[in-house]
Design a protein around this ligand. Structure first.
Ligand SMILES: [Cu+2]
Length: 478
């Protein structure tokens, strides 16, 4: 119990320090919130002055114009001119566009939205706190824009930075951060990356796996259940690990409402097994089972995911880890070398090989291994231990992954061992990339481990998304 309490205290101390560093971001957001108080009437405006159709542009990360004035019952023509997914919601009403991909547009008619002043925002996690908020004034036929409280904002989450008089409740922000940090680690239903054993090993040694692609409930953070798309009810899907030289056969049962395929990303396969329907294979129709087979003849730190409509399936959770070969034998570690004045022992025992699959969009949102803080899983090791993390970016944005205190030795990129490994404290992982890092847990304590795009880790409601912790047990307590 004493040890648990100590770990808890360390978590608090470390996370509090991180919150302080990140507080600058909250200040910027807060300053913006202190805008013009919403007036009861729009002085001197007559209904005929007010447009009935207005164009709105969404980009990373802005809504332009941010101050919108529209006649009651009017239409917003919303265009996503950015690269990432965005949408536009009139907070406290049912008026919202669907999620728009870059280049897409949508007409949002404000039927039933009473005259008044509303907050508008992008609902993609992190985008509002990154700047995608604005104000919409709906003017009635008589020029009336009486403020309507955003009563429909049931969770109250946005009241703190709505333009309601422009006063931030700073103490409430502090409390929200405090509570969200102390909620770690939190239990949720479902765990991804579970090792998948072959359902059968044939006489010739072929390893036969079976996975079902489907839609299921996924608890991404405590109490937040979303529609997950994935394999065998897991996000990330089951982790497959085979030996170099194995023949691999994978049956894919498609229980999705649409066709699919499986691309083996970073794994060397014959062209007709590359999973790009209809180029290299027919589409796997709903209800069908399709079989892939290839020789795993080269080491790989690979992944699998659909190619067909990957832009919607991957963000919703359809991805998994595919490893060929063992660390240290098939995939060389930089042991017995001196790199930037740091000696790596000639022989090291790797206590854990941890995949960290990153996502940032779709129904799953900003997550590590399918979970957002405080439901992310901590890495727990003993002082002195060496462990390996494989980063996989299955999302749509770059994520600079920062581990406090202990440097990360980047020894492989996309599974290819580097001739010149390098130490980094922040490893930038772009979509599709994998980086493999070796870390020694030299310092006891609870250390924050998070994406350093601050809005991927913190928001008004506190810590969330792409944050976990490295917990190093003190050798003296063992
Ligand atoms: Cu990020």
């Amino acid at each position: 119990m004493g040890e648990e309490r100590m770990i808890g205290t360390l978590v608090v101390a470390v996370m509090a320090a991180m919150a302080l560093v990140l507080a600058a971001g909250a200040l910027i957001v807060g300053a913006r919130g202190a805008g013009t108080p919403s007036g009861a009437l729009v002085d001197g405006v007559t209904a005929s002055d007010v447009p009935t159709v207005l164009g709105v542009e969404l980009t990373e990360f802005a809504i332009a114009p941010a101050d919108l004035t529209l006649a009651e019952g009017g239409t917003l023509t919303v265009r996503n001119s950015g690269a990432a997914e965005h949408d536009l919601e009139v907070v406290g009403t049912s008026a919202a566009t669907p999620v728009l991909f870059g280049g897409d547009a949508s007409e949002l008619t404000l039927d039933g939205v009473a005259p008044g002043t509303y907050e508008v925002r992008c609902t993609i996690p992190g985008h509002d706190s990154a700047g995608m908020v604005g104000e919409l004034t709906v003017v009635g036929a008589d020029g009336d824009a009486t403020v309507v409280a955003a009563a429909g904002d049931a969770d109250g989450a946005h009241d703190d930075h709505a333009a309601a008089g422009g006063d931030e409740d700073w103490a409430a922000l502090d409390q929200a951060m405090h509570d969200s940090i102390l909620a770690f680690p939190a239990e949720t239903e479902g765990i991804g990356n579970q090792p998948l054993e072959p359902e059968e090993v044939l006489e010739d040694g072929t390893k036969v796996f079976r996975m079902t692609a489907g839609i299921f409930d996924w608890e991404v953070e405590p109490g937040k259940v979303v529609e997950g798309w994935g394999y065998n009810g897991q996000i990330p899907g089951p982790m497959i690990k085979v030996d170099v030289g194995d023949t691999v056969r994978v049956h894919i049962e498609n229980e999705l409402p649409m066709g699919t395929d499986v691309h083996w990303h970073g794994v060397r396969v014959p062209n007709d097994q590359d999973g790009v329907a209809p180029l290299t294979q027919p589409l796997i129709e709903p209800g069908e089972t399709y079989t892939y087979e290839f020789a795993a003849d080269e080491p790989s730190i690979g992944m699998y995911h659909p190619h067909h409509h990957g832009q919607m399936k991957l963000p919703n959770g359809m991805f998994g880890v595919f490893l060929i070969g063992d660390l240290g034998t098939d995939i060389a570690l930089p042991t017995g070398r001196t790199i930037s004045n740091k000696d790596i022992p000639a022989s090291i025992d790797i206590v854990a090989e941890i995949p960290m699959v990153l996502n940032d969009a779709g129904t799953i949102g900003l997550t590590i291994n399918g979970k957002g803080w405080p439901a992310t899983e901590p890495i727990v090791v003993d002082e002195g231990d060496w462990f390996v993390v494989h980063y996989y970016n299955e999302g749509l944005q770059i994520h600079p992954m920062h581990l406090h205190q202990m440097p990360q030795l980047v020894f492989a990129k996309d599974g290819f061992v580097l001739d010149a490994p390098q130490w980094e404290d922040t490893v930038n992982v772009a979509p599709g990339e994998r980086y493999s890092v070796l870390v020694q847990a030299t310092d006891p304590g609870a250390w924050a481990f998070h994406c350093h795009i601050l809005t991927h880790a913190e928001r008004h409601e506190g810590m969330f998304g792409m944050v976990t912790a490295l917990i190093v047990n003190d050798a003296e307590d063992a």
